[in-house]
Design a protein around this ligand. Structure first.
Ligand code: ZN
Length: 248
């Protein structure tokens, strides 16, 4: 794995010409409960890029992450920065075209900000970028079967925001960023987020999350996080191998 931001351009040029895969981590700047930092989705996306690179068996170049996007549900909470869907999509398309212009033909968007409208615009941006036909963008989507159910009940039915799932991953990837005293004091908040969102809620207050967390952060362990990363990495590697094999 190569870290694009730390390399001079001739090295990037050589990697692109040698057929390296470009990975773009995508997250958000968004409230994640009183125990996790704003950059959870970015940290997780970068960690999945790093761990997947070790398993892919080909060179990867990880670009600086996209840290701002649409994040309307957390918008009432301090520190959250939400862009419009149009701005966020244009930004992503522009970054993908910029990476491809450097000679990369295989690009992947590794997204870990799960807000439905955001994930939709990520897929739309990839489609728009793919239309040129000059390069291919693959978007692994770990919400889908068979991966989603392997990430636990909470992920599928409730608190995939700042609950057991994200807290466990953060405990494995960046424990220094988790406020353990705060999270161990948090009661479970068993809200079925997909259901309340379908019911018309438009922000985390309306969803029943006055502290911007759902699910069970206090139950998370680093060992849970390691297991979850294994599932996410397996799904990401498989999506890339399948996606790029289908390249015309
Ligand atoms: Zn998140």
């Amino acid at each position: 794995m190569f870290d694009a931001a730390t390399l001079p351009w001739p090295r990037i040029d050589a990697l692109a010409k040698a057929g390296a895969i470009a990975l773009l981590p995508v997250g958000s700047t968004e409230a994640h409960g009183p125990h996790l930092p704003l950059n959870v989705d970015v940290v997780l996306a970068q960690e999945v890029c790093k761990r997947s690179s070790a398993k892919l068996g080909v060179d990867t170049v990880v670009f600086p992450p996209l840290t701002y996007s649409l994040t309307d549900f957390a918008a009432p909470f301090a520190g959250t920065v939400s862009l419009s869907a149009q701005t966020a999509k244009d930004l992503l398309v522009g970054v993908l075209r910029g990476i491809a212009r450097g000679g990369f033909t295989q690009l992947a968007v590794v997204n870990h900000h799960l807000e439905p409208a955001h994930f939709a615009l990520v897929h739309a941006a990839a489609k728009e970028a793919n239309a040129s036909g000059a390069f291919r963008v693959v978007v692994p989507d770990h919400r889908r079967k068979p991966t989603g159910p392997l990430l636990g009940d909470e992920f599928m039915h409730g608190g995939s925001h700042a609950g057991w799932y994200e807290t466990a991953l953060m405990l494995a990837a960046a424990p220094q960023l988790v406020d353990d005293a705060a999270r161990l004091a948090l009661p479970d908040n068993p809200v079925d987020l997909p259901a309340v969102i379908k019911g018309g809620a438009t922000d985390f207050h309306q969803c029943g999350g006055p502290l911007a967390y759902f699910g069970s952060p206090a139950r998370a362990t680093a060992a849970d996080g390691e297991r979850l990363f294994e599932v996410l990495v397996e799904a990401t590697v498989q999506a890339l191998q399948t996606g790029f094999r289908a390249t015309p």
